[in-house]
Design a binder for this molecule. Sequence first.
Ligand SMILES: NC(=O)c1ccc[n+]([C@@H]2O[C@H](COP(=O)([O-])OP(=O)(O)OC[C@H]3O[C@@H](n4cnc5c(N)ncnc54)[C@H](OP(=O)(O)O)[C@@H]3O)[C@@H](O)[C@H]2O)c1
Length: 288
Amino acid sequence: MNQIQTDTKDRIALITGTSSGFGLLTALKLAEQGYQVVAAMRDLQRKDELVRQAEEAGISSKIHLMTMDVTHSGSIAAALSAIVDRFGTIDVLVNNAGFAVGGFVEEVSMEEWRRQMDTNFFGLIEVTKAVLPVMRSQKAGTIINVSSVSGLFGFPGYGPYAASKFAVEGFSESLRQELLPFGIKVILVEPGSFRTPIWGKGMDGFQSSEASPYKKQLDEVLRYSRRTAETAPDPRQVAELIGRLVNKRNPKLRHPVGKGIQSLIIGKMLLPWKMLERIIAKSLSGLK
Ligand SMILES: NC(=O)c1ccc[n+]([C@@H]2O[C@H](COP(=O)([O-])OP(=O)(O)OC[C@H]3O[C@@H](n4cnc5c(N)ncnc54)[C@H](OP(=O)(O)O)[C@@H]3O)[C@@H](O)[C@H]2O)c1
């Protein structure tokens, strides 16, 4: 074993999907806070932005790039074995890698449904399972699962994404209770819409055809998504929240963050479903 000499106070954080968005910003945030950050990404050719920002902030020595595609078992196993050999420990896991398949249920191919679940749900499970023996043997650790407002409310046009994030929510509830006796904390971060590259990627997936029976609704959802993407807040809010959560001794399970998310949660708790449907339909059709 060729473990690198880290300061005894150095804590190790593994973050998936660090090539852009929340993952990149969280890698910078935790490195600023003194963590040794294993910044995993599926394609190291996409490392330049993280490397540039880390250099600018003077924290390059705290960031260790690693290849990990969360849909490939071999890639996860190889990364985990490299991390354990090098650092001997993992204190924080941020399951962040993900993307959004857009489209109406009937029109999304089964291949796309499976691709969505493979990354956002099964990938997250497999990385978690790989990290658990290490955290259990330490009797400590924090696992942060990046869910979404779509894990709390299923919006039309985002069925696959909502299904994957609702699955992450249920999984995290079970996991949290299973791991409490071992001193391992499980936390859900539930962002509303934030300005990251995910929007461009998700909207490319919409199959809008003139012949579609869903064309009118699809166009409304697309318009709404574009508007949301343009006006969404700064994603650093999410990285800052994660930066605070890793220091909490006794964090609660759910941490919603973002514009309008508290009202949506309260609305879902208090309002009849039919009324919520009307509010959503009105917001979608109201945009021209
Ligand atoms: N932005 C929002 O409004 C929002 C709201 C709620 C929740 N979220 C969640 O936040 C997380 C991060 O998304 P983001 O908004 O920061 O979007 P993003 O900038 O597109 O980042 C997603 C990251 O996941 C990576 N990724 C995708 N598939 C992967 C795979 N198979 N293996 C490893 N990495 C993979 C991407 O890598 P590539 O660069 O190679 O594609 C990228 O690094 C996601 O789980 C998303 O669902 C986002």
